[in-house]
Design a protein around this ligand. Structure first.
Ligand SMILES: *[C@@H]1O[C@H](CO)[C@@H](O)[C@H](O)[C@H]1NC(C)=O
Ligand SMILES: *[C@@H]1O[C@H](CO)[C@@H](O)[C@H](O)[C@H]1NC(C)=O
Ligand SMILES: *[C@@H]1O[C@H](CO)[C@@H](O)[C@H](O)[C@H]1NC(C)=O
Ligand SMILES: *[C@@H]1O[C@H](CO)[C@@H](O)[C@H](O)[C@H]1NC(C)=O
Ligand SMILES: *[C@@H]1O[C@H](CO)[C@@H](O)[C@H](O)[C@H]1NC(C)=O
Length: 543
């Protein structure tokens, strides 16, 4: 091989060889200890120095930086005429608008504490959501420009990747003498025990017709490439990409891959594994909304990382014929999680199934009441529901039984149905203590237990308009808040029929239940199977 040819080869871009591509999100590789990928590549014979040179960066990007298929098509009805639908399809976000500008940050009276944290939670949530959108855009566009090494060691002031330089120096043709020297000096220095650091240059790592072993491994900050055991280059993860975003590897250039060997590929993320819980099958997607108003809208409170809980509901009571036929509509209401990877999964889930409404604030147990407001907003403005039900993601709902219970009530009456508590008093000490600032009165108003209650659309409408006018009082216990709002509605000469039933079970499951609480994903499936097989409600007493 002539010197000039070899020189050309030295200007090769090493990065291009191991171009880690984002191929899709079906099998996100999540690694605990990093993965290593060993390839034994044999060079083809022939026009090595000519054609091994990579195409231009632009070509690479065009050909190899793929668009990630993150935009899973949503279930779009054949004709979209209704404005309601357009809005729903456009975004998985709740259209509840929290106007933080009216919140008096210096006020200390009764209900302002929750408003202050709501304001903060929405501000952080907005930032998080923007990042998520950006994430999608970046991924949707391309991987970015390639990093190249031309045989010179990275400057000392350049950032390192897990302590490794981005590019190592290779010996060049025209300073081979120098390196012979330095090799000799290096040995000499070792022999005499001198501490002085002497650079030791490796020869160019590839030559024509020779096999080499390339190892790609992932560290905390980026990927590392070794050839025949020597470090050659390291490149950091791109901003906005997590390690698990990389799902493929592509090699460019005139090389023949002899074999590829993958090791240390863990099957699940140490902390959560939505891909294990979520069954991305069209079967479980939410049916499209119809044009007419629906009998019942069910809002299910859920936390971002409750992938398994949501999936169990999709597989069980959300399969009810009334929901499948869109006479009853059910949606999960979820706020944002502190962990970005969970939000990324949540967004994908929401876009795929079409049954998740993201309320864009940082989740916080004291702010659950905001999700209740978002449920009312969605029930009134998107689902056009006659009645609105709220439950939790560990609530099993017998949809037909609930409808039957509602239908007992005179058509035009406003209703508040559930397991209603009368004359309950706030706990003033202990873990769940409520201070006098938070709740000045001695009694709570009559309120239905949170895991399953129904209000009529007139009440929901009242709640939404009060919220929009900044008149809605928020209390950290969402069920008590609802009791307070219904009481206010009732007292403005619009009488509400309160219906109390123990079949909206608060403490677990009772025979002949309408709703059952504290049900695990397994129990959900079991209860659904019993309903299907026996035709009657029966509890499942396992966890
Ligand atoms: C905010 O609350 C403080 C303390 O209650 C009060 O002095 C101030 O006037 C309020 N500001 C506004 C704009 O309402
Ligand atoms: C070796 O060649 C490179 C270009 O290939 C040149 O930049 C460099 O100055 C040369 N070094 C010596 C010592 O001649
Ligand atoms: C390498 O060194 C030898 C003698 O030290 C010299 O004759 C030769 O020309 C040098 N080669 C290069 C490429 O500099
Ligand atoms: C319901 O109310 C409307 C107007 O408020 C009235 O026209 C209608 O007759 C009422 N229906 C029943 C069943 O009371
Ligand atoms: C609802 O309003 C009616 C009439 O104003 C009143 O008699 C009733 O006690 C109220 N119910 C509740 C639960 O507040």
């Amino acid at each position: 091989m002539s010197l000039s040819r070899q020189r050309m080869v030295q200007v090769l871009i090493f990065m291009g060889l191991c171009y880690v591509l984002l191929v899709g999100l079906e099998v996100p590789l999540v690694f605990k200890n990093g993965f290593s990928l060993v390839s034994q590549d044999g060079f083809g014979t022939g026009q090595f120095s000519n054609s091994f040179v990579l195409d231009s960066e632009e070509d690479l990007k065009e050909k190899d930086a793929p668009n990630r298929p993150i935009d899973v098509p949503l279930l779009v009805p054949s004709q979209v005429k209704n404005e309601r639908k357009i809005r729903e399809i456009k975004s998985v976000l709740s259209s509840l608008v929290f106007d933080g500008s009216y919140v008096n940050m210096t006020s200390n009276d009764g209900f302002s504490g929750i408003l202050k944290s709501a304001k903060e939670a929405f501000e952080v949530g907005k930032k998080f959501w923007k990042e998520l959108e950006l994430h999608k855009k970046e991924v949707g566009m391309q991987w970015g420009t390639a990093q190249r090494c031309d045989g010179w060691r990275s400057r000392d002031d350049e950032e390192t990747v897990d302590g490794q330089v981005k590019c190592e120096k290779w010996i060049r043709d025209n300073d081979s003498n120098h390196s012979e020297q330095s090799k000799a000096t290096w040995w000499l220095n070792r022999l005499v025990g001198r501490k002085k650091k002497v650079d030791f240059d490796w020869p160019f790592p590839f030559s024509e017709d020779r096999l080499f072993v390339l190892t790609l491994s992932s560290g905390l900050e980026g990927y590392h490439v070794n050839v025949d055991g020597r470090h050659v280059t390291s490149f950091p993860y791109r901003i906005g990409f997590a390690l698990e975003d990389a799902t493929g590897l592509s090699l460019n250039g005139d090389i023949d891959v002899d074999s590829v060997f993958a090791a240390s590929l863990p099957t699940s993320h140490p902390n959560f594994a939505p891909q294990r819980h979520l069954d991305m099958s069209n079967r479980w997607k939410a049916p499209p909304l119809l044009d007419q108003s629906v009998d019942l809208f069910i809002g299910v409170l859920s936390a971002a990382n409750h992938f398994a809980e949501r999936m169990a509901i999709r597989r069980s009571w959300m399969q009810h014929q009334l929901i499948k036929s869109s006479n009853v509509v059910a949606r999960f209401f979820v706020a944002l999680h502190a962990r970005k990877d969970i939000n990324v999964e949540l967004k994908k889930e929401a876009e795929f199934f079409g049954d998740v409404v993201i309320v864009p604030f940082m989740d916080n147990y004291d702010l659950v009441v905001l999700k209740t407001a978002a449920i009312c907003e969605y029930g009134v403005h998107v689902a056009f529901a006659k009645n609105i039900m709220k439950c939790d993601d560990d609530t099993f709902v017998r949809v037909d039984a609930v409808i039957k219970e509602i239908n007992k009530i005179q058509e035009n009456r406003s209703l508040y149905v559930g397991n209603i508590n009368y004359y309950h008093k706030p706990l003033r000490n202990g873990k769940w203590a409520v201070t006098y600032e938070e709740w000045p009165e001695e009694d709570y108003p009559p309120y239905a237990n949170g895991p399953g209650y129904i209000i009529s659309s007139a009440i929901a409408n009242f709640i939404v308009s009060e919220f929009d006018r900044h008149k809605l009082k928020l209390f950290k216990m969402e069920d008590v808040s609802m009791g307070m709002w219904v009481e206010k509605f009732n007292s403005s000469s619009r009488p509400v029929q309160y219906v109390h039933s123990l079949k909206f079970s608060q403490a677990g499951c009772v025979d002949d239940y309408y709703t059952a609480h504290y049900q695990s994903p397994r129990q959900m499936i079991c209860m659904w199977n019993k309903l299907q097989q026996l035709g009657r409600p029966q509890c499942c007493n396992m966890r």
